[in-house]
Design a binder for this molecule. Structure first.
Ligand code: PMP
Length: 378
């Protein structure tokens, strides 16, 4: 099996599984119990918080709130922030190319009375900084933008955005880094709140974090035992937290080596696909090599994804979250593609586990499939 759907989810590393199993077997005591085993787990979680900050290059102005993943982190970072801070201003900004777990949150807040601006991105996947300067104002309390896009892999100009946000002291910058960690060299201190997720970095599903400046106040999404300074009630999942740290440690420590290898794989694919008149590659000025997206010019994406799957090659059409809906990609639409183009793109996404040999097999099978699927797509 060739797995090129790593932006959807990755295979957990052996070390991660071992760390999880070890902690689940041996450290199952509730970290909030005040006996010594509970306290041991609690203290270790606090050490892990420090290590996570360090791995991301963040200092002690930041703190880590453990969550169930990027969806929850985005909800907490945006809804929790808005509800706590809305008396200071009612305007919030995001882009048209965010993941649903940000976009749908903004739509929800809009329905609750928030004034929302959805920024455009240009053909390079960048925000027009002049447009941004025009819309941000004294009433703006939050900007939420992903540094790396999950469908197309382009990197947004967060450094420029961050500079502008910093001139508005009431306004905070939230960055959904679910697809940034491990895939792109990035200065995480550009953000005031950051979302990360374990299963995108060879960790486990069901564990992520919202990392935020301590000075930022949030309302919780749900109420209960008051864990995580009252921001995320629920028994701390010690084994999952250990696993998240292990995954992040391996990812950050092998970043350069993996990045170089993936550039080689992607380079081979681009070289062998760029003259194929059945497809058009979606390539950007700044982007991660871990994601390669292409428009199918004469074929239906779902048919090609299925044919590849039958050959043992797993890829996505649009993003996995959307692919079952058969809706056009809102990201491609935002980039000015037609409805038909936005329905017929496929995404290959890579991981350190992938090999050059796999890309060679992909090219061979892909060409065969394009040849075999005769006729127009619709
Ligand atoms: N944000 C982005 C950019 C993503 O790619 C994803 C996963 N597709 C999510 C959020 C949601 O992540 P999780 O599965 O951890 O909730």
């Amino acid at each position: 099996m060739i797995y090129f759907d790593n932006a959807s989810s990755t295979k957990p590393s052996k070390e991660v599984l071992e760390a999880y199993l070890n902690a689940a077997e041996n450290n199952y005591e509730n970290p909030n119990s005040i006996h010594k085993l509970g306290m041991k787990n609690f203290n270790e979680i606090n050490r892990i918080r420090e290590k996570i900050l360090k791995l991301l290059g963040l200092d002690s102005r930041y703190e880590v709130i453990f969550t169930s993943g990027a969806t929850e982190s985005n909800n907490l970072g945006i809804i929790g922030y808005y509800n706590k801070n809305k008396s200071r201003g009612n305007h919030i900004i995001t882009t048209k190319v965010e993941h649903e777990s940000v976009l749908d949150v903004f739509k929800f807040l809009e329905s609750q009375g928030a004034l929302v601006t959805y920024l455009d991105v240009n053909k390079d996947g960048e925000i027009d900084i002049e447009q941004f300067k025009k819309v941000i104002n004294k009433n703006t309390i939050l900007v939420s933008i992903m540094p790396v896009n999950n469908e197309l892999g382009f990197a947004l100009n967060i450094d420029e955005i961050s500079k502008v946000v910093r001139t508005f002291p009431k306004c905070s910058l939230h960055l959904d880094c679910a697809q940034t960690v491990g895939k792109y060299k990035f200065d995480y201190s550009l953000g005031d709140m950051l979302t990360i997720s374990g299963h995108k970095i060879n960790g486990l599903k069901g564990c992520g974090a919202l990392i935020k400046l301590k000075k930022i106040n949030l309302n919780p999404l749900f109420y209960g035992g008051g864990q995580e300074n009252g921001l995320r009630s629920g028994t701390l999942d010690y084994p999952a937290i250990v696993a998240l740290h292990e995954a992040l440690k391996i990812t950050m420590n092998s970043f350069n080596e993996n990045y170089k290898n993936i550039e080689v794989l992607r380079g081979y694919l681009v070289e062998n696909l760029k003259n194929n008149d059945e497809i058009s590659l979606n390539i950007f000025k700044n982007q991660t090599p871990y994601i390669l997206n292409m428009d199918l010019l004469n074929k239906k994406a779902s048919v090609v994804v299925e044919a590849l799957s039958n050959e043992g090659i797993m890829v996505s059409s649009v993003s996995a979250c959307n692919s079952k809906k058969e809706a056009p990609s809102h990201v491609l639409l935002a980039l000015g593609k037609s409805d038909e183009e936005a329905r017929n793109a496929i995404r290959l996404s890579f991981n350190k586990n992938n090999t050059l040999e796999e890309t060679k097999i992909f090219i061979q099978k892909f060409n065969m499939i394009l040849e075999n699927i005769k006729g127009r797509k619709l």
